[in-house]
Design a protein around this ligand. Sequence first.
Ligand SMILES: [Zn+2]
Ligand SMILES: [Zn+2]
Length: 191
Amino acid sequence: MEKKAQSNQKKTIMANENPNLNNLKITCKYCKKKFVRHTTNQIYCSIKCRGNRYANSPKGKTRISRWRKQHPNKVKEALKKYTHSKKFRKQQHRYKTSKKGLKTANRNWHTRRLRKLDLIEDYSNKEWLEKLAATKGFCPGCGNYVGIAKLTLDHIIPISKAPKSFVYTIDDVQPLCKSCNCSKRDGINEQ
Ligand SMILES: [Zn+2]
Ligand SMILES: [Zn+2]
């Protein structure tokens, strides 16, 4: 009983407007940053953090997805507004010109080209990177050391010569240096 009374007392102090509380910095429950609160029961540093916390909770996730299904037009409008905003375009530009963005753009272009020709690539990026690492930077074609970064992806059966709906597995591609890849061009390996 005594303990309960104590906790009650604590609560009333918290709820009261205590000027000392406003000077205390507490950590945000979402981003874990320290902040000064404006009201005594504030636990998130910003509306953004409160919203994110809700959107990431299981309850919030199901409610938001239900709302989105019920209001498809509103979702479309909001998305359009967002993709036409200056902020989004700036972000896109920054990503597209970054190293990572250029890499993904290159890979996307590659897969689109394959899809156009009805060809399928059945290996993950991880598998390819493992294959690259296994060469230790030496080109398997000429045996020269060029470094892993300069090895390019080569299809053993060229894309232009592959039969329709051919499936490229990790064994159907190889890392080659630029000069080997260029000299090979679209002719089938002469070995
Ligand atoms: Zn926060
Ligand atoms: Zn080579």
